[in-house]
Each structure stands twice: as structure tokens, then as C-alpha cells.
Unconditional design. Structure first.
Length: 241
């Protein structure tokens, strides 16, 4: 089972095993995460969409387990148990936020809307970011037990009402999570960009210079220029030291 993370709420750095997804804005981070969940549940849009860390715990449940109950749904201690199930759930898949207590979400569009609402509640509507995470559990027979962290995409230029130091704020937030030696870094890079200048790989190398806990994920292969391919990267023939 994935180790539970909700017992560490309020701690600045979560020193527990987790997969941290890092990439620039519009690099395809959301698609990578949703492919692991098997459902569309993350907000989409232009510019910076992820503005708070999303700590997403996937919990595999069998059909028999879907109808199990727990003693007290409102007991925060129950969130320490990664096998914590909900009372009388008939749906095959459902979600549960820490901040909404015992409310269950069987509609994944509603989960997306709740992420957007909770983001704006803390971060406002001016495209600013916050280091306060959103905690979400997804229970499904179609997932494996994993803890994932989605972070704001790396950016260089502030837009709209964003603070001028938005790049620094995002980098510091990313470092909070990837500096954890127990984390695995998914460095997401679009195939139509130069891997040698990948911001995701550069920031990963700052905490993991040997690449022992970094996995490069190449997205948007369909957008590569005609006559080019990513075989050198995929076959590790283009690895830069």
C-alpha cells in the first residue's frame, strides 16, 4: 500500500514516498497525471492553471471493498489510513477531499470544479499561487496505490496580476517537494522543445544530479516537426551529463 500522507497535514515538507510531477506550463503535466488515474479530473485552461500543490492519493479498491464501512467518517485519524473507505458507496470510483470532510464525489467533473473553487479560495483569482496543498483521495478498482503531487508549471514571465517574482515563488515551491529524498521526480517535457534546455530536467538535476530518482516523461510527440523524432531521447542516446 502507498504510505498515507494525510497524517502530515500542516508540515511544510512531507518526507514520505511520493511521485512529484514537474514541468513547464502547457507541457502536458495534467495529461500525464490523468493517464495514471484513468479519468479527466484536473482543471484545464491557458496560463497557470495549477496554483496550489495537489496531493493526490490513489487507493485501489476491489468491488467487495466498495461497500465496507468505517466507524467514524469525520474522525481525522481515519485519514491516516490509506485504506479508509466510505460508508455505503455504490459507485465504482469516487473521490474525497480532506477539506470537505465526509462529502463524497462520484462525478469527476464536480471534483474538477471543487479543485478550482478551493484553489481560488486560498490563492484568489489573480493567478497567484499558494504553497498550501489540496488533498484528494481517489478510490477506484482501476488504479494502483500511489501518492502523486501536481505542482504549478514553471514559467518565466508574469502575466496579468501575477507578482513579478512568480518564477522564484514557483521554483521555491517545487524545491519544497522534490528536495524530499524519498520522492520520485517526473520531469515532464514536451517533445517539440529542446531536451537540452528542459526546465523540468534542469530543476530536477539541482536536487538529483545523478538522476537516480528522476524519470523524464516526453509528451506531445504528435507535435514534433515533420521528419523528426524523439528516438535519441527515448533510447538514452542523447543524454547530457
Amino acid at each position: 500500500d502507498a504510505l498515507p500522507i494525510f497524517d502530515r497535514v500542516g508540515v511544510d515538507v512531507i518526507q514520505l514516498p511520493q511521485i512529484v510531477v514537474v514541468g513547464t506550463q502547457s507541457s502536458g503535466k495534467s495529461s500525464v497525471l490523468e493517464s495514471l488515474v484513468g479519468r479527466d479530473l484536473l482543471p484545464r485552461g491557458t496560463g497557470i492553471v495549477t496554483r496550489r500543490p495537489l496531493v493526490l492519493q490513489l487507493v485501489h479498491v476491489s468491488p467487495e471493498e466498495q461497500r465496507k464501512t468505517v466507524t467514524d467518517e469525520n474522525d481525522p485519524a481515519q485519514w491516516k489510513n490509506s485504506r479508509h473507505l466510505a460508508k455505503g458507496v455504490e459507485a465504482e470510483e469516487w473521490g474525497k477531499f480532506l477539506h470537505t470532510k465526509n462529502k463524497l464525489y462520484t462525478d469527476f467533473d464536480e471534483i474538477r470544479q471543487e479543485i478550482e473553487s478551493e484553489t481560488e479560495r486560498i490563492s484568489g483569482t489573480n493567478k497567484g499561487i499558494s504553497s498550501e496543498p489540496i488533498h484528494l483521495k481517489i478510490f477506484s478498482p482501476n488504479v494502483v496505490n500511489l501518492t502523486l503531487v501536481d505542482l504549478p508549471g514553471l514559467t518565466k514571465v508574469p502575466v496579468g496580476d501575477q507578482p513579478k517574482d512568480i518564477e522564484l515563488q514557483i521554483r521555491e515551491l517545487i524545491f519544497q517537494f522534490i528536495s524530499n529524498p524519498n520522492s520520485i521526480i517526473l520531469a515532464v517535457t514536451a517533445a517539440n522543445t529542446d531536451m537540452a534546455t528542459s526546465e523540468a530536467l534542469k530543476i530536477a538535476r539541482e536536487v538529483d544530479p545523478d538522476g537516480r530518482r528522476t524519470l523524464a516523461v516526453i509528451t506531445k510527440l504528435d507535435l514534433m516537426d515533420a521528419g523528426t523524432d524523439a528516438m535519441d531521447v527515448l533510447m538514452s542516446r542523447d543524454r547530457k551529463s
